[in-house]
Design a protein around this ligand. Structure first.
Ligand code: SF4
Ligand code: SF4
Length: 433
């Protein structure tokens, strides 16, 4: 039986009461062709082309992919390889803005008369999971109806990492859009019920949602305990439905589909206006930020523009894109923001830990939400023992970081699990498994 372990984290949500502002579109945008899980896109424009805001600039034939669009109007200056946060090289289209934000004539409200039209429209919008995962949304919607029966749409309003409040602001500022997105999915995919999960420390959002959903009994609002990682897909499914997604299985295997609130809000706006995913809301916070807040930022904005805009007490020595638990450190100030960047966190004097030997206290095991054995996984990885890694089910690790966080010896357990998964994948690919 799946048993939820969780940890308590400090909130640091100083940006949650601030209404979202618009960050000035930058002079140059760097739009990566790999903004999602799955196959990267190929540029559909060439150097010298004039592109308009919302125009498609990259696409792929692959099913597991989503197109990318220009987030400013201007000229394509360059198409180059850029090192992404995961260390991979990604083709990137560089556009110099003409500051006119001329709209593409392709932007028009899509015609949706069927499930297929809806899925096609969502694909064309460039939608990916905005909670940080970056799974192409249309792939999730296009599940095999012969194989799966989905009876519940789970709406993830559990923003459980410290600092990040971008989903909370979506719930507060665009409540109607979020509910509109839920209804669109329920209608077009014939899903009979939806459950919105929001953590207990967001009473205003809970109240607002309860009031607005009162006339719609098929949509239920559930208060969740403040815990980490409450928003992880498998954890949320178990908490809200008591169903367990077993190893190698999908949410669809237990009749569920999980969607993030910002993704739902975006889908609703796209179906209403036809404006693809060219900007998103991000939280700017950290221990040197004078006024933490949320901003709408053009996709492809370089990090140095964001840092230049924020009012800082001193220069950062550590920058994280995403949350402090699951985000990635950025080493290059030119790193562009992508569709999946939900926060830019800026720190100075961040502690540097020197790991000491494991004292076998078992805290990492007790912290793991899915009952893995992080300390045993570490041994297996250090020995490059792929058979043991498989037996210990490293593939289930969701890289939540809880084990590293609680470890008194400050061992890099979650980080090693990332490497261990890669090692196992490569080994299985080599052996043709
Ligand atoms: S929490 Fe750290 S010290 Fe404790 S058992 Fe796990 S790895 Fe060892
Ligand atoms: S990072 Fe992986 S092993 Fe560590 S607590 Fe999270 S799920 Fe468990």
């Amino acid at each position: 039986m799946f048993r939820l372990h969780s940890i308590k984290l400090p909130h640091h949500s100083g940006s949650e009461e601030q209404t979202t502002r618009r960050l000035q579109p930058p002079k140059m945008v760097y739009i990566s062709m790999a903004q999602h899980i799955g196959a990267p896109c190929e540029p559909t424009v060439a150097v010298g082309d004039y592109v308009k805001l919302g125009e498609k600039i990259g696409d792929s034939e692959a099913f597991m992919s989503a197109p990318v669009h220009a987030s400013v109007s201007g000229y394509v200056k360059e198409i180059k390889e850029v090192v992404a946060l995961n260390g991979r090289l990604c083709k990137t289209v560089v556009i110099e803005s003409d500051n006119r934000m001329q709209l593409s004539p392709d932007i028009k409200q899509p015609t949706v008369n069927s499930r297929e039209d809806f899925i096609k429209a969502v694909r064309e919008s460039g939608a990916v999971g905005l909670g940080g995962a970056g799974f192409p949304t249309h792939v999730k919607l296009a599940y095999d109806r012969e194989k799966y029966t989905i009876d519940t749409l789970l709406v993830n309003g559990a923003e459980c990492e410290p600092y990040i409040t971008s989903d909370y602001r979506e719930l507060m500022e665009n409540t109607d859009s979020v509910l509109g997105g839920i209804k669109l999915i329920m209608k077009n995919l014939e899903i009979p019920r939806a459950i919105i999960g929001v953590e207990e420390d967001k009473p205003e959002a809970l109240e607002k949602l309860r009031k607005l959903t009162a006339p719609t009994p098929a949509i239920k609002v559930v208060k969740l305990r403040r815990a980490y990682p409450q928003g992880a897909e498998k954890v949320l499914i178990h908490t809200l439905t008591h169903r367990t997604v077993k190893e190698g299985k999908l949410p669809a295997d237990v009749g569920c589909m999980v969607m993030n609130v910002s993704t739902l809000g975006f889908i609703h706006n796209y179906i209403r206006t036809g404006m693809p995913l060219v900007k998103r809301r991000i939280t700017i916070d950290g221990n040197i930020v004078n006024a933490p807040a949320n901003f709408y930022v053009s996709v492809g904005t370089p990090l140095h523009d964001v840092i230049g805009y924020a009012s800082l007490r001193t220069q950062p020595d550590k920058v994280i894109l995403g949350g402090p638990m699951m985000g990635n450190c950025a080493f290059d100030p030119d790193t562009p923001l992508s569709k999946t960047t939900n926060a830019v966190l800026l720190f100075a004097d961040a502690p540097v830990y020197d790991p000491s030997p494991c004292i076998r206290c078992g805290r990492c095991v007790r912290a793991c939400p899915i009952n893995l054995m992080p300390t045993e996984l570490e041994h297996a990885y250090d020995a490059r023992d792929t058979a043991a890694l498989k037996k210990l089910k490293v593939g289930l690790c969701m890289n939540c970081g809880s084990c590293s966080y609680v470890c008194p010896a400050k061992r890099s357990l979650a980080e090693k699990n990332q490497l261990a998964k890669e090692l196992l994948r490569n080994s299985e690919a080599k052996n043709g498994k």
